[in-house]
Structure formats: C-alpha cells, structure tokens
Write a protein that binds this ligand. Sequence first.
Ligand code: 2P0
Length: 334
Amino acid sequence: DTPVGARTIAFARAHSNIALVKYWGKRDETLNIPAVGSISITLDALSTGTRVTFDPGLDANLRQDEFWLNGQLTQAHRVSGLLDLVRERAGLTMRAVVTSTNDFPTGAGLASSASGFAALALAASAAAGLTLSTRELSMLARRGSGSAARSIFGGYVEMHTGTREDGRDAFAEPLLDAAAWPLCVVVAITDHAAKTVSSTHGMAGSRASSPFYPAWVDTGEQDLAEMRAAIVGRDFPRLGELAERSCLKLHALMLTSRPPLIYWNAGTVAAMHTVRELRDSGIPAYFTIDAGPQVKALCDPGDAAVVALALAETPGVLETRTSALGRGAHLVAA
Ligand code: 2P0
C-alpha cells in the first residue's frame, strides 16, 4: 500500500560537545540510559547539518531509510532506529532520505555522534510535524547516542542519568549560557582515521570487565557536584583540574577493560605533556580526551593562539582547530 501524506523536509544544525565530566557505561542499553551523569560544553567550530525528507514516494516496505553521510550512501541502521521513534510518535509510515554533513572528521573521537544525532532528532521531528520541547528533544537524541542528548543545548550542559526505569528523567539541561563564561577549546588532531572500537561497544566491555567500573559509577556524583560548583563560581583552574581528573579516570577504566581500550597514540601523550608544560609556564590550560586519540585543551580565549601554536609544534599533532563555545541545536531554512 501507498502511504499517504505530503513530502516534508526540515534542516537542522547541531554542534558537537566535549564532556568535562565524562559519560561511559549505561544502566539500560535498550533505552540508552547512561549509568552516570555528565557535564559538557558545546563547541561552535564542530557541527553537523542534517536534512530529513519524509517522502511518500519511497517504498514504505524498504528495510531502512536512505542515509547519506558526507556525500556517501551509508549504513542506516542507527538512523532508522531514531526515525522509527519519530514515525511512531507522529503516526507516520513514510521512509525518509537523510543527508548529513560534518564539518570535521567523522568517528575519530570528535563526538560526531553527538552533533549527528542531535541534528537528526531535531530535523526528523520537525519534518514529521512534531513540536517537541527541548527536554523531549534531548531524550529523543539520547536514544540515538547518549552524548547527543547534551548537544541539544549550547554552552555548559548537564546530562542526568535519572532513576526511572522508563528513562523519562534521563535528559540534559543547560547549566550556563556560552556568553556567560567564554572558554576556548583547542583540538589537537593526531589521527584522521575513524576509531576501530565504537563507544557503545567499548563502554559495554568496560562495564562487564573492568574492576574499576564500580568505582567509576560510585564517584560520578561527587565529580558532577564539584564541576557544577566550579562552573557556578567561574573557577577555571578548578574546572580544568576536574576535567583532567575525569578524563584520566575514564582512560584508567578503558585501559583496565578486557580487551583493553587504548585510544591514545604517541601524539596524544605528547600533547598532554605540552598542555602541562604550558601550565608550568604560567598559561592556564587543561586537557581532556574522549574515545579517540585527539587532545582537547581548555583555555581562556585570550590564550588560545599560544596554546594552538604549542600544540601545533608538538610531534604527532597533525593539525589544530580552535573553537569557542557554541549554541544548541536549531532549525535552518531547508
Ligand atoms: C562523553 N563519550 O561523555 C564520553 C567520553 C566518549 C568518551 O559519550 O553508546 O557515542 O552512542 O550512547 O554518546 C561517547 O559515547 O555513546 C561519549 P552511545 P556515545 O562524551
């Protein structure tokens, strides 16, 4: 049968984010509910633009939607999973064409799934005619990728794990506007290749096998409380020390998983030392690293050029990209 309904289009842009207090591990894999809360900053310079077109001309019996990522037809399994939630909610059966473009390397520890699923959640719900609150959008984006729940918002953002089994209290919320406390992030790219172990797979392994996993979950709440206080107090050294601590704790968890997850390369380690040397020379800069080899240095906007130069001169660093804090997901004229 031919599905009824008009062809509808929406285009959304969402920015990537990096966590200052990290998310790793789920309490529910089906609903994608994180086991710990997290706090992030949204980055202006890394974004995904996504167009969703629900098209009655596409065969509704197709197994999946059509997904173009950076100009290439790509496996649509996870995209279709999110679109199914939107279709169910909107009472649609139409398949969609999704065209998504990242303005940065995809799948290499620069949180392309965060910006990607946040843009998809907004574009798909708008194309389907749904008007969702930002909280609803955050929960929808979470179903695509946990970190995407945070990219619905700009500036400083907290993601809650919640306690409900249905995940209705597992959403992100803004903590502070980007303009209220400008910060810079210098990303040192040490490898352009996509990572070999996905975050979803890696964190399931950590939960099942690392002896540090219970400690990771037990100390999460304390880290969040301290980071919230650092943000409220605009205490940059405190924020930076906490961010490094959460990052190193995450990587200790990864390294002690079986099989071990070693996301660092030589350039990653060299860049960490560069950041510490900058600090010793009086420039407040702090590093954080996600599930990939890139190093992100947090600094004051006034120090960004010096930090970027020092990182660019570090052996193993291929290029740097500097970002201010960015805005939340938004619709753009299609
Ligand atoms: C974070 N990461 O808080 C942490 C730090 C990577 C290291 O969130 O399984 O891609 O899709 O919910 O969101 C990466 O995890 O995982 C991530 P899924 P996601 O930014």
